[in-house]
Design a protein around this ligand. Structure first.
Ligand code: HEC
Length: 106
């Protein structure tokens, strides 16, 4: 896993307050936020209840895929049975359509 993807994962899995600066250090936390803003925030929010083109990502760690109330999902993702953690998220971000055949291209 590249450092950049690792930082995106840390940012997304940590939720609205972000990853611990005691663990990652201020610079890497800031870099993760920048990467999230550049690559994900057009479609996703880290705040609860704020689904955009993609579902809100707050509370993602340990959550079953496809269950955010009011978000629009493909049936492929809704029926995937995935539970989000560093491993499943890494595989999904690396190749969404291989991890979840039938999820929209993006
Ligand atoms: C162009 C818009 C777009 C971008 C950019 C985008 N996503 Fe998504 N994302 C979506 C859509 C749409 C879905 C729903 C897919 C489905 O239902 O098959 C989704 C689904 C997800 C899910 C599953 C959520 C759930 O509740 O099961 C995760 C996790 C996710 N995206 C993470 C990311 C991350 C992290 C990034 C940045 C690296 C990112 N996405 C970038 C549109 C986007």
């Amino acid at each position: 896993m590249t450092l950049r993807r690792c930082l995106v994962l840390a940012t997304v899995l940590a939720g609205p307050d972000g990853p611990s600066t005691a663990v990652l250090g201020q610079n890497l936390v800031a870099e993760g936020e920048t990467l999230f803003r550049a690559r994900c925030a057009a479609c996703h929010s880290l705040e609860p209840g704020q689904s955009r083109i993609g579902p809100a990502l707050a509370g993602l760690a340990g959550r079953t895929a496809g269950i955010v109330e009011g978000a629009r999902y493909s049936s492929a993702l809704r029926d995937s049975g995935l539970v989000w953690n560093a491993e499943t998220l890494e595989a999904f971000l690396a190749n969404p359509r291989e991890a979840v055949p039938g999820t929209p291209n993006r």
